[in-house]
Design a protein around this ligand. Structure first.
Ligand code: NAD
Length: 374
C-alpha cells in the first residue's frame, strides 16, 4: 500500500505519525512510503534518516496526499487539510469526532475512510492507542508539579523529595487509572509522600499491591478529599468516567482550605477537568493562579515532549498500521475487531454510534462497507 506521512500543521504540534523505524517495517513488508520534507524535524528525525530507512521524501503536503492510498497522521485534520483528503483515501489518526461537528461533516463530505486511533478498542475495553499518551501525561504531571512548586514559579517552595531531616512534599493523585498510576509512581520515585484515590476498589487493591511503600491508597469521596487537601502540596487530577464530563472533585470552596502556593495539575482538563476552577491552558502560558493556588491545565501535555510521545505513539500504532497496509482496510477490519472499532466514517457514512448520536445523524453499521468493492 502507498502510505503517506504529512508534516503536522496544527499549532505547536511537533509529533509525527511514523518514525524511521516504522518506515523500515513498512518497506520490509513491500510498501511504498512517502514522507513530507521536515515532517519528523520536531521529533528529532531528519529527512536523511527517513530516506535511509527507505522513504521517498516529497516537498509538499499536497503531493503526499495526492500520491498516497493511506495517510497516517497524529492530530485531526484542520481546515487547510480538508481539501487535500480524497474520496476512498484511508486516514488513520486521532479524530475525536464527537467534539467537532464541523470536522465530522467535512470528513463525511470528503468520502474518505476515517480510522480513529482513539476508538480502536481491545476485548477488555481498553484503548491501546490512547494509553501511551496517558502514560506520558501521567509521568509529566509530576515533573511539571515539581517545577511549579518552586518559589520563583509561584509555588510553596517545597522540594518534592525533601532532604534528610526535612520532610518530602505530599502528593495527592485523584484517579488511579493509567495517568494516576504513572503519576504516583514518578512522585514516589522522587521521594514524595503519595496518596492515590479511586472509586474502584479492585483498582485500589491492585495499586496497593504494586506501588512502592511511600504510596498510600484511599477511597475517593468528598469527605476523604476534604480531609486530605489541607496537608497536600501537589494535587493531580486524573479521573475519567468514559463518555462523560469529569466530575468536579475539587470545588472552588476547597481552595481556601489549601496552603498558598499549592499546585493543582488537572490532567483531565480534556474531559472538562475534575477541578472546578480548571480552564484549559497552553504550553506557552500553562499556569494561572486562583485564590493563591497555582493551576496547570494544559490539554495536550504530550505535545511538550514530542520525541518521547512520537516513539510511544508509534510503538502502539505500528502493528495496526502494518495490518491495514498488508491486508487493506476492509480485510484488516474484518479480521481484527479492535481495528473495526476504530472505523468512524466510511465514504460519507458515520459508522461509529457515539459520533452519530453526538450530532443526531444516521448511523450505518460498519459491516455494510466491509464487503463493498472500493
Ligand atoms: N491533558 C492531557 O494532555 C492528557 C493526556 C492523556 C490523558 N488525559 C486525560 O486524563 C484522564 C485520565 O485518563 P486515564 O487514561 O488515566 O483514564 P483511566 O480510565 O485509565 O483512569 C481513570 C480512573 O479514574 C477513576 N475514577 C472515576 N471516577 C472517580 C472519582 N470520583 N474519584 C476518583 N477516581 C475516579 C476510575 O476508576 C479510573 O481508575 C482522561 O480525562 C484523559 O482524557 C489528558
Amino acid at each position: 500500500m502507498i502510505t503517506g506521512i504529512p508534516k503536522e500543521i496544527k499549532n505547536n504540534e511537533n509529533r509525527v505519525a511514523l518514525t524511521p523505524a516504522g518506515v523500515q517495517e513498512l518497506k520490509k513488508n513491500g510498501h511504498t512510503v512517502y514522507v513530507q520534507t521536515r515532517a519528523g524535524e520536531g521529533s528529532g528525525f531528519s529527512d536523511k534518516q527517513y530516506s535511509l530507512a527507505g522513504a521517498e521524501i516529497l516537498p509538499t503536503i499536497e503531493e503526499v496526499y495526492l500520491r498516497s492510498e493511506m495517510i497516517i497522521k497524529v492530530k485531526e485534520p484542520i481546515l487547510q487539510e480538508y481539501p487535500l483528503i480524497q474520496p476512498n483515501q484511508l486516514v488513520f489518526t486521532y479524530f475525536h469526532f464527537a467534539s467537532s461537528e464541523e470536522l465530522t461533516k467535512a470528513m463525511m463530505k470528503s468520502g474518505a475512510v476515517c480510522l480513529a486511533y482513539e476508538t480502536v478498542e481491545k476485548e477488555d475495553r481498553s484503548l491501546p492507542l490512547l494509553i501511551p499518551m496517558s502514560e506520558v501525561a501521567g509521568r509529566m504531571s509530576v515533573q511539571e508539579g515539581a517545577k511549579y512548586l518552586e518559589k520563583p514559579m509561584g509555588g510553596r517552595g517545597i522540594l518534592l523529595g525533601g532532604v534528610p531531616g526535612v520532610r518530602p512534599a505530599k502528593v495527592m493523585v485523584l484517579g488511579g487509572g493509567i495517568v494516576g498510576m504513572h503519576a504516583a509512581r514518578m512522585a514516589a520515585g522522587m521521594g514524595a509522600d503519595v496518596t492515590i484515590l479511586d472509586v474502584n476498589l479492585n483498582r485500589l487493591r491492585y495499586l496497593a499491591e504494586v506501588m512502592p511503600p511511600n504510596v498510600n491508597t484511599f477511597y475517593s469521596n468528598e469527605y476523604n478529599i476534604r480531609e486530605l487537601i489541607p496537608s497536600h502540596d501537589l494535587i493531580i487530577g486524573a479521573v475519567l468516567i468514559p463518555g462523560a464530563r469529569a466530575p468536579h472533585l475539587i470545588t472552588r470552596d476547597m481552595l481556601k482550605h489549601m496552603r498558598p502556593g499549592t499546585v493543582l495539575i488537572d490532567v483531565a482538563v480534556d474531559q472538562g477537568g475534575c477541578i472546578e476552577t480548571c480552564k484549559p491552558t497552553t504550553h506557552e502560558d500553562p499556569v494561572y493562579v486562583v485564590d493563591g493556588i497555582v493551576h496547570y491545565c494544559v490539554a495536550n501535555m504530550p505535545g511538550a515532549v514530542p520525541y518521547t510521545s512520537t516513539l510511544a505513539l508509534t510503538n502502539a500504532t505500528l502493528p495496526y498500521v502494518l495490518q491495514v497496509a498488508n491486508k487493506g482496510w476492509q480485510k484488516a477490519c474484518m479480521d481484527n475487531k479492535e481495528l473495526l472499532a476504530g472505523l468512524n466514517i466510511v465514504q460519507g457514512d458515520i459508522v461509529y454510534k457515539g459520533v452519530a448520536e453526538a450530532f443526531n445523524l444516521p448511523h450505518i453499521p460498519a459491516e455494510v462497507h466491509l464487503n463493498k468493492q472500493v
